[in-house]
Design a protein around this ligand. Structure first.
Ligand SMILES: *[C@@H]1O[C@H](CO)[C@@H](O)[C@H](O)[C@H]1NC(C)=O
Ligand SMILES: *[C@@H]1O[C@H](CO)[C@@H](O)[C@H](O)[C@H]1NC(C)=O
Ligand SMILES: *[C@@H]1O[C@H](CO)[C@@H](O)[C@H](O)[C@H]1NC(C)=O
Length: 799
């Protein structure tokens, strides 16, 4: 509460303390001149344009009861209207007139003083537009009732709306008087209790005929809104001119339009002249005034045609409340009369009022027994949709007790857009950074495609590997790299869904292929002593990789179907800022997505470790192990950093991109680049001719070619080329061993020499990577000096 308000209230209390002591000393409410001439006082600012309809509604209510009073009780009842000027004088005049009850005062400001007087003189009053929460104090206002739901309920309705949209931070601007201050206090109190932060609370003096706040006051308000990064702003202002003036300033400061949500309360809901296009999408709450019911339709017609001498005026919503307030007062007085009581006894009227329950224009009307507050309040949700029309349209209702919101159409937000805006300042991705990341990714993609092309064009030089092995690695890596391109642009729903699909499938294809090779090596290793022959067929690779892909797809289908990722503004490390990120309702999907891959890796690394001795002797196993270690390292570091830097999406995007680039590009490079480099740089040439010659004739006889005789083989060649190795087998006498026999371990590759073709079983089976276990082959080769054809194409294949 503001200091000046406290002073004001203290002064009023002191004055009334004196007054009330005087009353107790003998100053009492005078007896009525004619007890049968009942009078209701009507209190509302007469200069307001709404006044005629408000008072007209009260007169209309009386005209419906005056016959009953006359015929049943022999009493007349009239409405006493006057041009009010001074709250205290007017209310003193009313109570000493005297009157049976008062309809009004209309607003919280007047009510807060006038109702002290009414309380002191035991005159019941029913405010029809006062929402101030301070009026609920039954100690200061013992004879106060109201048909307008109070600010407590209105704020509750606003908070229902905030919660529905998932907003947890809100700013408040209010006019600096009882209504605005009280509403803002309520907003702060209730928000805190609901875990919603009010990040700034700004006051501005209300506009009236003689006063407009200076520009510097507005500047302070908006400077503070900017500092708080306000996005959802509740404007608790007294009248439409206050709101229009603030929105005028808001437009200048860039606080209207997409990303900014203004919610106004009943004070500004009677808006006219909201014709600026940028105002479209503003929301308002207003206590339900009956719209949509037959009762209301008839009532509105009567008021606008019979009780409105400003022909052409629209209906003022407050008239519904003025009518219900008058009806309530009449019913209360009638109930006293029906009981044979005295309608001039305020206590009796008040008691009857607080036991009423009836269907008014504004819904079920009843009063709280303790405070006189309206019970069963419901709020309409209004939306400024048509700026040509310049006023709000009702689009739904809010029940503040239950928090239920029923909408008859989608809410239009500023922009205008139907998309729920964020309560944070949404920052966009750093374009330069993302372009740089995109270019780096593009280079990696080109490298991988280049390696893939070399493999396809120079297939024979890679023939010790299964062609499927190479193809799967390249395809998987390309899918994985493609996922980066779904990560870099501003997130959209399709991009958000594609990222885990591409990354996941790319990953399991690459990993599954590597795993198949390692698994085979492990089987080889563990079966070596059993003299068994291990063969790896394309079918085997396809089955294993297929199993990984199937598992991944099942998971991804579940994820996409149940809780697909959607772009959402997520708060980041800078207070008040958010960034669009792909998010699912549950983070568990990501954890599962990552952690079962970690499990794969651990298993792969375990196998690689178990086969480390074999690894050294096999051309491919060393790079495969390296690739696995690389994947492990990248994932472990990326995950660890990812969790540490959770709030920093820029860091996360850089880490994710680098992890994906490292994971896939390094895998492909480690596996293929040395050989590709040798081919490109021409070092491969002579070996190629050996390989070719051996392919053509190496099997049946060990004739040396020109290359063999003219070129000396270095250790490097041995280490890098299976062909070289197999040649050494030849050179040391294993003439009849297949070209790629490994002499030390006797492991034999007979890599396919053509890509498998669809529907061509023979081609596929010929390209199988065959491995023969050492001792078996060696023994046969040494003893029989025969072709090992029979043992290298055995029918009792393992695995
Ligand atoms: C009741 O009010 C109506 C409308 O103001 C008026 O025409 C009628 O004469 C009144 N009846 C009595 C009994 O005062
Ligand atoms: C409208 O009614 C008010 C009183 O209800 C009266 O003072 C005023 O002259 C009327 N205006 C017109 C244009 O009839
Ligand atoms: C907007 O309001 C104007 C003025 O009331 C009306 O003429 C127009 O038809 C409305 N436009 C729409 C789309 O409802």
């Amino acid at each position: 509460m503001k200091i000046e308000n406290i002073f004001k209230n203290l002064t009023i209390l002191l004055v009334f303390g004196l007054l009330i002591s005087k009353i107790n000393a003998g100053v009492v409410k005078p007896a009525p001149a004619n007890p049968n001439a009942l009078v209701l006082g009507f209190m509302s600012p007469y200069f307001d344009p709404e006044y005629i309809q408000y008072s007209g509604a009260a007169e209309y209510a009386i005209s419906q009861y005056n016959e009953t009073f006359k015929t049943k009780y022999g009493k007349t009842i009239t409405l006493y209207k006057f041009e009010d000027g001074n709250d205290i004088i007017d209310s003193l005049n009313l109570v000493t007139m005297p009157v049976n009850g008062i309809v009004g005062p209309a607003y919280s400001g007047t009510s807060s003083t006038a109702c002290l007087v009414f309380g002191a003189f035991s005159v019941p009053s029913i405010s029809f537009y006062a929402t101030g929460a301070s009026l609920s104090n039954s100690g200061s206002y013992p004879f106060f009732q109201r048909v307008m739901p109070d600010d407590r309920l209105q704020v509750r309705a606003i908070i229902s709306l905030l919660k529905k949209n998932g907003w947890s931070r809100v700013s408040c601007v209010h006019t600096n008087e009882d209504y605005g201050n009280g509403g803002a206090d309520q907003l702060v109190q209730q928000s805190n209790a609901q875990g919603i932060t009010v990040n700034t609370n700004q006051a501005i003096n209300p506009i009236d005929s003689t006063y407009t706040p200076p520009q510097s006051d507005y500047d302070i308000v908006f400077d503070n809104l900017i500092a708080a990064k306000a996005r959802v702003i509740v404007l608790y202002a007294l009248f439409p001119p206050d709101c229009l003036s603030i929105w005028n300033q808001a437009k200048k400061r860039g606080f209207l339009g997409e990303g900014f949500t203004w919610i106004v309360t009943d004070g500004c809901a009677e808006l006219t002249g909201g014709n600026d296009e940028d105002l479209a999408g503003i929301l308002a709450t207003f206590p339900s005034y009956g719209l949509g019911t037959q009762k209301y339709a008839n009532f509105e017609k009567t008021i606008v045609t019979d009780y409105n001498n400003h022909s052409g005026d629209a209906f003022y919503k407050g008239a519904s409340f003025s009518y219900d307030a008058t009806i309530a007062m009449l019913m209360g007085i009638e109930a006293v009369l029906a009981n044979g009581g005295d309608p001039w006894d305020g206590e009796q009227v008040k008691t009857q009022l607080r036991s009423l329950k009836f269907q008014g224009i504004t819904g079920t009307v009843a009063f709280d027994k303790e405070t006189g507050d309206r019970l069963y309040g419901e709020f309409a949700l209004l939306n400024l949709i048509n700026s040509t029309k310049g006023s709000f349209d009702p689009i739904g209702s809010i029940n503040p007790e239950s928090g239920d919101i029923a909408l008859s159409r989608d809410i239009l937000y500023s922009g205008p857009t139907f998309k729920v805006p964020s309560d944070y300042q949404v920052i966009v991705f750093d374009r330069t950074l993302n372009i740089v990341l995109g270019v780096i990714t593009g280079i990696c993609v080109l490298i991988v495609i280049g390696i893939g092309l070399v493999i396809v064009l120079q297939w024979r030089k890679f023939r010790y590997s299964s062609p499927l092995f190479c193809m799967f690695i390249i395809i998987g890596a390309l899918m994985g790299l493609a996922s980066v391109f779904t990560l870099l642009p501003t997130p959209t729903t399709p991009l958000c869904s594609s990222f885990p699909w591409l990354l996941g499938l790319g990953y399991v294809i690459v990993f599954g292929t590597l795993f198949t090779k390692t698994w085979r090596t492990w089987r080889l290793f563990s079966n070596a002593r059993k003299f068994k022959i291990i063969r790896i067929s394309n079918q085997y690779i396809i089955t294993l990789v297929g199993a990984f892909v199937l598992l991944e797809s099942i998971f991804m289908i579940l994820w996409t179907a149940i809780d697909r990722q959607l772009p959402l503004a997520v708060p980041i490390f800078k207070a008040g800022e958010a960034q669009l990120q792909c998010t699912s309702d549950s983070e568990a999907w990501w954890y599962v997505f990552v952690f079962y891959k970690v499990f794969y890796i651990l298993f792969g690394v375990f196998l690689a470790f178990k086969t480390r001795n074999v690894v050294d002797s096999l051309n491919e196993s060393k790079p495969i192990t390296l690739a696995l270690y690389n994947l492990t390292f990248v994932m472990v570091v990326a995950i660890a950093l990812g969790f540490i830097l959770r709030d920093n999406p820029i860091a996360i995007i850089v880490i994710q991109t680098i992890a994906i680039l490292l994971g896939f590009t390094v895998t492909v490079s480690v596996l293929f680049l040395p050989k590709v480099w040798m081919i490109i740089s021409g070092q491969q040439h002579s070996m190629d001719s050996i390989g070719t010659s051996m392919d053509s004739m190496g099997r049946s006889n060990g004739n040396t070619t020109e290359a063999e005789s003219t070129r000396g083989y270095t250790n490097k060649d041995y280490n890098n080329q299976s062909v070289g190795r197999s040649f050494s087998a030849h050179a040391t006498g294993f003439k009849d061993v297949a070209p790629s026999n490994h002499p030390q371990l006797g492991i034999v590759y007979t890599g396919g020499d053509s890509f498998p073709r669809v529907g061509s079983q023979t081609a596929a089976s010929r390209s199988e990577a065959e491995i023969n276990v050492s001792q078996d082959v060696l023994a046969k080769a040494n003893k029989k000096n025969e072709s090992n054809e029979s043992s290298s194409t055995p029918s009792e294949n393992n695995i």
